[in-house]
Design a protein around this ligand. Structure first.
Ligand code: CUA
Length: 179
């Protein structure tokens, strides 16, 4: 039989299974199973995937919650754009907005204290990338991502955007302090 010509017997699925073919099907199936269970395994043991909760939200709702936090807990402003530095109490819900082209506001957290971080985007897809710890979270408009954070290192952290979001993507930066 040639691969160019049509098969002489058209009902190919009625042919007996060749041993070699069976071997390949079994190998492919086992490999599928390995890859499938690796997803579960890696989620638990890989320490790379953050367990986030995601809810639907709107820019208005999220802005209101963020503004309420900023009004209550701002301790000073920084940079020539007067970005508020917010120092929320331990255990509280803290908010950060991603938009063209900044992360707002600046959060000041305490080491070894837990917070519930809420993230959303006001416009397009952005990527929350905390440096230098390399924590990455996709930030999608219309959705609120909630992550439990417990900073275990003090210092100044940068937040950069790692999802291309337009002409000033490279200037989309933010800051987080851990005291
Ligand atoms: Cu936001 Cu790139």
């Amino acid at each position: 039989m040639s691969a160019i010509l049509p098969p002489s017997e058209r009902l190919w699925w009625k042919h007996p299974l060749d041993r070699l073919e069976a071997v390949w099907i079994v190998i492919a199936f086992i490999w599928c199973m390995v890859m499938f269970f690796m997803m579960v395994f890696w989620h638990v043991y890989g320490k790379q995937n953050l367990a986030t909760e995601t809810y639907k939200t709107t820019p208005d709702k999220f802005t209101a919650a963020t503004q309420a936090m900023v009004d209550k807990y701002t301790v000073r402003t920084e940079t020539d754009q007067n970005v508020p530095v917010v120092r929320p109490p331990e255990g509280s819900d803290i908010y950060m907005i991603g938009r063209l082209w900044n992360w707002w506001p600046i959060l000041e957290l305490e080491k070894n204290k837990s917070y519930k971080l809420h993230l959303t985007s006001m416009d397009y897809n952005h990527g929350f990338s905390l440096q230098p710890t390399n924590i990455n979270i996709q930030v999608v408009p219309g959705y609120e991502h909630v992550i439990k954070v417990t900073p275990n290192e003090s210092g100044t952290f940068s937040i950069i955007c790692n999802e291309f979001c337009g002409i000033n993507h490279h200037t989309m930066v933010g800051r987080m302090y851990v005291k």
